[in-house]
Design a protein around this ligand. Structure first.
Ligand SMILES: Nc1ncnc2c1ncn2[C@@H]1O[C@H](COP(=O)(O)OP(=O)(O)OP(=O)(O)O)[C@@H](O)[C@H]1O
Length: 440
């Protein structure tokens, strides 16, 4: 799911067709929609009040939702909605977990207010809630994170959104861990504005490619956030909402525990899994300031298989360069092989076997930098542009953005790449993972 921006309604226009359908929603019910795969859907709130994942709909304004978007229009009171266009499905539901979600929000609000009132000299009590949302794939983690952030922003807080879900990547592109302050309710169409985001590139859609690097990057991100919180009482009191990966077993579970620990989460929300919830309660019992809360999964959450997820990753990358509605104009540039330094991170033994003590097994160094010779293997790869000033800073540096390799001319030793903006890249150090994309 893509979300972000200032307010719903950036893409309004008046529908031309006469096929407008009206849906009346009763108190605490929702209209669940999957937009058709080929054309957008227009929708407006005719009367009452309604919200999409925590962001209120403006009255009377037609909003265009892009193909394939899945969402729910929920009302606390009652609402009349009009739709114009094709949907894969749309139906109303009056059983939702929204009351329990908003109750969590109310508790978090109380903690934020108490943190704001506390003296900033007391780092413990001036820290607002650090909420981590955990659950299997397709349990509604991103949607719940969006609601908690939007409801907080609506009340004037600027909570920090931390996205550790490298599989989908709701802040920027898949393969990243990222954080950004959320200053306004999130626009379910436009996504979160990127300007303030802090992004680290892991490079793969699953952590198993290099789990130790994932941990290192979560640690880097947390250190920067701690520094920011130390100097900013407002964002410290607003706290964080952390979205996680849907891998909750084995290594995935271990990485979740690592994230809880590293980011000092003090509210653990577990969606829809009793076993996971009780495991976490058990292991976190020794941390009395951490609350583990089980929440019900919404029946509206749409499941996505591996193929759909893979496609969604491609759409996300396309959206980064071209915008959701082709409203961005990326630039293609040409550089010489010698102008760019591409590195892969991790892999390969740390030291040759001959250099190790007898009997010792060579271990892979998760943060080892491996220079990449630019050749046809780099074609169609998405590369992160590091802020590093020298190679030794690559692991600890966040990234400025991404380029996409469109063409490699081995004879002329030139590389043609697509960049989101014109001009020189902020750095010549590029990180390569396994993320590729074929422009369509
Ligand atoms: N109540 C709802 N009605 C309709 N669609 C919904 C509802 N809640 C969530 N969805 C949609 O279901 C899909 C999966 O939800 P979401 O992304 O929140 O799950 P997730 O647990 O974060 O998934 P992942 O583990 O893949 O990141 C999304 O497209 C989301 O917009």
């Amino acid at each position: 799911m893509a979300y972000g921006g200032a307010a719903v309604g950036g893409m309004s226009s008046i529908p031309s067709s006469t096929s407008i359908r009206q849906v009346k929603l009763d108190k605490e019910s929702e209209l669940r929609i999957e937009v058709g795969i080929d054309s957008p859907l227009k929708l407006r709130l005719v009367n009452g009040t309604a919200e999409i994942f925590g962001t209120e709909l403006p009255p009377e304004i037609w909003i265009s939702f892009p193909p394939r978007l899945k969402f729910a229009v929920f009302t606390w009171s009652s609402a009349t909605i009009e739709m114009d266009g094709v949907t894969e499905t749309d139906y109303t539901a009056d059983e939702t977990p929204m009351i329990s979600y908003v109750n969590v929000h109310a508790v978090l609000e109380g903690r934020r207010s108490r943190a704001k009132a506390a003296s900033t000299d007391d780092p413990g009590s001036s820290q607002g809630p650090r909420v981590i949302v955990i659950g299997p794939t397709d349990s509604g983690k991103s949607s719940l994170s969006a609601m908690l952030l939007s409801w907080a922003a609506k009340q004037g807080w600027k909570p920090t959104f931390v996205d550790l879900d490298i599989g989908q990547g709701s802040i920027i592109i898949p393969g990243c861990i990222a954080a950004t302050p959320v200053e306004m309710p999130i626009d379910p169409v436009e996504g979160i504005p990127l300007e303030m985001s802090l992004v680290y590139y892991f490079g793969h859609p699953t952590p198993s490619a290099n789990a130790d690097l994932y941990k290192v990057l979560v640690k880097e991100l947390s250190q920067i956030l701690e520094r920011q919180f130390a100097g900013n009482a407002e964002s410290r009191a607003a706290g964080m909402v952390i979205n996680t990966m849907g891998w909750v077993e084995g290594l995935g579970y271990e990485l979740l525990l690592h994230s809880i620990d590293t980011l000092n989460a003090n509210v653990v929300l577990v969606i829809g899994q009793d076993k996971l919830c009780s495991m976490l309660k058990d292991v976190l019992r020794k941390k009395p300031n951490v609350d583990v809360v089980k929440l019900q999964k919404s029946g509206g959450v749409v499941s996505r298989n591996a193929k759909v997820r893979q496609k969604a990753r491609g759409f996300r990358i396309r959206e980064y360069f071209y915008g959701l509605t082709n409203d961005l104009s990326p630039h293609s540039n040409v550089a010489n092989f010698s102008d760019l330094h591409v590195y892969k991170v991790g892999g390969g033994p740390q030291a040759p076997r001959s250099a190790l003590p007898i009997g010792a097994e060579p271990t892979a160094d998760p943060t080892r930098l491996v220079p990449v010779n630019i050749n046809r293997d780099v074609l169609h790869v998405v590369l992160a542009v590091s802020y590093a000033k020298e190679p030794s800073e690559i692991i600890s540096s966040n990234v400025a953005g991404f380029i996409y390799v469109m063409d490699i001319d081995v004879q002329r030793k030139t590389i043609t790449y697509l960049a989101p903006s014109l001009g020189e890249l902020p750095s010549k150090y590029l990180i390569m993972g396994s993320l590729t994309w074929v422009e369509t």
